[in-house]
Design a protein around this ligand. Structure first.
Ligand code: UGA
Length: 448
């Protein structure tokens, strides 16, 4: 039985840091959460999460109540821990490359905090960083700021994260794999032991490799998933231009081929969120520094960029000009079960509609507050789907929220001025489109 690790620190309490930290507390580990944002730390100390994530709040509140998690803005608090995860953000630079300034700052702070410590301390880079960063950037900063070499008293690993928003807690409780990029044998063994303890008695498939390969695995995963989405969207756009084709049936059929598999084959308005676009841009930009132009990845990104326009085009097919027409947009977040609107296709569609002088009414069960900060002033925000549909000449379903699946034909025909619907997520089943002028992503005109 592996010995129980005493305390683990997280430096940076965004999605990855906070969700992972909270899950560890549920597994009986003591956590120190560090962030430079004082307001965030104050809220977290009271058990208030700064974003919506299913399952997070109860876990956080329990951890705070039972004092399994302590919060601080002072990085020196890491000396209490045996392992520190770096989970700070890596935002994009204007050229698409990642900005490592938070990673560098955190590493420097960590190293300085560990200078006088006599205990072994493992530093784990969980932030998404381009291949070579842990060895080429983090390691030299860490060793010089701590005055220690990797080995007896100091360990360093890369340990990328694969959790997805909306299922981050579930994903952390039941990961499909753990990837450890160890700088030396002891570092890898220590991190493997920590995870064995966390997931015991379950055995999670664990890949132990070098830091650069581990970092590459993370980018490869997102590049592959984004490529699948752009591929299915390309095929959907072809289906849409045929009289009798339906991408839903195409996806179901090709997904049965074990070489393809069924996931990430859902056609839609284009991928959003804080990761795919950022990571693809970072990988493209990084590859160019290696004198390699990854044209496939650029095509994936270009395809995605254009996908929102397909939705606007479908709206045009129903309405002709959108000028001065009232359009109801259902869904603002980049996918269901999150309040995150970053890179959301819904915002791109709304911007285009507003530019063309449409009157836009919107509703989202969770993301209105975030969307309000970034959308043009004239956009209206309604309290529920039915109020949003009232008097509209067209409805565009942009996010696949469960409650939109429950809408009935009468909700459209009884409230809208004209029951035109563009379904960017294929939410409405054929039975639900009775009496509606219905166009959908990837649907030719075959549907009765
Ligand atoms: C993604 C990855 O799925 C995670 O494994 C990864 O850890 C994370 O990025 C990250 O790098 O941090 P996330 O951005 O939360 O997670 O969202 P996804 O569920 O992957 O969806 C991304 C976008 O693709 C969404 O807009 C979604 O609607 C779209 N999508 C996904 C489709 O349009 N069709 C699909 O079949 C699947």
């Amino acid at each position: 039985m592996p010995s129980k690790p005493a305390t683990v620190a997280f430096v940076g309490l965004g999605y990855v840091g906070l969700c992972t930290a909270s899950v560890l507390t549920a597994k009986g580990i003591r956590v120190i959460g560090i962030d430079i944002d004082r307001e965030r730390i104050d809220k977290l100390s009271k058990g208030t999460a700064p974003f919506h994530e299913p399952g997070l709040t109860p876990m956080l509140k329990t951890a705070v109540k039972k004092q399994r998690i302590l919060f601080s803005t002072d990085i020196n608090a890491v000396v209490e821990a045996e392992t520190s995860f770096i989970t700070v953000g890596t935002p994009s630079n204007p050229d698409g490359s990642i900005n490592l300034s938070f990673v560098k700052e955190a590493t420097k702070g960590l190293g300085s905090a560990l200078t006088d410590s006599d205990h072994y301390h493992l530093v784990v880079v969980k932030s998404t960083v381009t291949p070579g960063t842990t060895s080429g950037t983090v390691q030299p900063i860490l060793t010089s700021s701590s005055g220690k070499a990797i080995g007896e008293k100091l360990g360093l690993c890369s340990n990328p994260e694969f959790l997805a928003e909306g299922s981050a807690i579930k994903g952390t409780l039941q990961p499909d794999k753990i990837v450890i990029g160890a700088s030396d044998k002891l570092s890898g063994e220590k991190l493997e032991r920590l995870y064995k303890h966390v997931y015991s008695p379950r055995k999670i498939p664990t890949i132990v490799t070098n830091p650069t390969t581990a970092e590459t695995i993370k980018y490869s995963s997102n590049a592959f998933l984004a490529t699948r989405v752009s591929t299915i969207n390309t095929l959907a756009n072809i289906c849409q231009r045929l009289p009798d084709a339906d991408i839903e049936t195409v996806s179901r059929a090709i997904g049965l081929d074990p070489r393809i598999g069924p996931l990430y084959l859902k056609a839609g308005p284009g991928y959003g969120g804080s990761c795919f676009h950022k990571d693809l841009q970072a990988l493209i930009s990084f590859s160019k520094t290696l004198d390699y132009d990854p044209i496939l990845l650029s095509a994936v990104e270009d395809t995605n960029q254009f996908q929102a326009r397909e939705i606007v085009k479908l709206t045009g097919r129903l309405l002709g000009s959108v000028e001065n027409r009232r359009i109801a947009v259902l869904g603002l977040s980049f996918k269901k079960d999150t309040d995150d609107v970053r890179e959301s296709a819904s915002l791109k569609v709304i911007d285009e509609l507003v530019k063309n002088n449409a009157t836009v009414a919107t509703y989202d069960p969770m993301a209105i507050e975030n969307a309000r900060k970034v959308l043009p002033e004239q956009v209206e925000f309604l309290a529920d789907a039915k109020s949003c549909l009232k008097g509209a000449e067209c409805c565009i379903i942009m996010t696949e929220w469960d409650e939109f699946y429950r809408l009935k034909p009468a909700d459209f025909t009884g409230t809208m001025r004209t029951p035109n619907v563009v379904d960017a997520r294929r939410v409405l089943s054929p039975a639900k489109t009775q009496g509606i002028n219905y166009l959908a992503i990837g649907l030719g005109s075959a549907r009765p």
